[in-house]
Design a protein around this ligand. Structure first.
Ligand SMILES: NC(=O)c1ccc[n+]([C@@H]2O[C@H](COP(=O)([O-])OP(=O)(O)OC[C@H]3O[C@@H](n4cnc5c(N)ncnc54)[C@H](OP(=O)(O)O)[C@@H]3O)[C@@H](O)[C@H]2O)c1
Length: 280
């Protein structure tokens, strides 16, 4: 059994999570998600695109064992009055009383106090248990972590981009994590929108790494609790799960991923830049 196959605590939430999380955007069928849960994956994130098949999988696995799964719902609402309806409609669709996490998505500045209050109200009502936030502005993270360390943050979990191409978090996020009582950390864009798997984008003479190497790259960083994957089908789901069976990258595999990542960074522009990227 590798260290990636063991569940890990998600910050101080008390939730115990698989190291791989599944996002819903890319369309894997219901049964594929259910199988992944049967294989030990317990972090399901209904976002960015709330695909109905993924919602059905959440409903089915929650019916069997609600306590065994960690269900995250995302809201991109910028208007406080829209936060509750966005969560409540999803609760009805999934047929559960609460989500474990409400993710306030894509905030490049601290979320507005009104939106945070709306999210906290849902927490008070027991409709969500914990709050998290995602950002494309990594330089914002040190101040968010500072608030967390002081016990002043409404958020228990933070989510941002980290992959072999975009390693900026090693400089502008991870070093700023509180030494004690780390918050939960979830990372996304692990395959760099599939670029890391594209033979046309490799350095000369290199073949692309398997997708499992991408997830292993992110998880090999001790700050990362969950690397998200976005499977479109059973093969992709199973390849992602393989990353847990294979465990941390060996030093040779790590240096190969870093050199492919370095090549991609220099030769193939990011589809969506994050604040904190080097100017190209
Ligand atoms: N809230 C936010 O700020 C935020 C930001 C980014 C992402 N997200 C969400 O996070 C979740 C994860 O997305 P991600 O981009 O991080 O996931 P990802 O797994 O890095 O990317 C999914 C992409 O990788 C490709 N892929 C995955 N496994 C593969 C395999 N075995 N072989 C070949 N190609 C493979 C898919 O390509 P094909 O589709 O071409 O098959 C898909 O384009 C999604 O639900 C996404 O919407 C949220």
């Amino acid at each position: 059994m590798t260290s990636f196959e063991t569940k890990t605590p998600l910050g101080k939430t008390g939730l115990s999570v698989s190291r791989l999380g599944i996002g819903s955007s890319f369309g894997a069928p219901t049964r594929v998600i259910e199988e992944a849960v049967e294989q030990g994956i317990n972090y399901l994130y209904w976002g960015t695109v709330r695909r109905p098949a993924f919602g059905r999988a959440m409903r089915n696995v929650a019916r069997r064992d609600r306590d065994g799964v960690v269900l995250t719902i995302q809201s991109y609402a910028r208007v406080a009055a829209l936060v509750a309806p966005s969560v409540e409609i999803s609760l009805r669709r999934v047929g559960v009383d609460y989500f474990d996490l409400l993710l306030l998505g894509n905030w490049n500045q601290p979320p507005s106090p009104a939106v945070v209050d709306a999210a906290l109200a849902l927490k008070d009502q027991g409709k969500v248990r914990f709050l998290m936030v995602s950002t494309h502005n990594r330089p914002l993270l040190p101040s968010l972590f500072e608030g967390y360390a002081k016990g002043e943050s409404p958020f228990d979990v933070f989510m941002f981009r980290y992959n072999a191409v975009h390693r900026g978090a090693e400089k502008d996020a991870f070093p700023f994590l509180p030494a004690e009582q780390k918050p939960g950390i979830v990372t996304y864009t692990t395959t760099r929108w599939g670029d890391l798997l594209d033979p046309r984008k490799m350095p000369e003479g290199e073949s692309p790494p398997p997708a499992s190497h991408c997830y292993r790259f992110a998880l090999s960083n001790p700050a990362v609790d969950i690397a998200l994957c976005g499977p479109a089908n059973r093969d992709q789901m199973q390849e992602a799960i393989r990353s847990l069976e294979l465990g941390p990258l060996s030093p040779d595999e790590m240096s190969r991923m870093q050199s492919i990542g370095h090549h991609l960074y220099g030769h193939h522009k990011a589809r969506f830049a994050d604040a904190g990227d080097e100017p190209s």
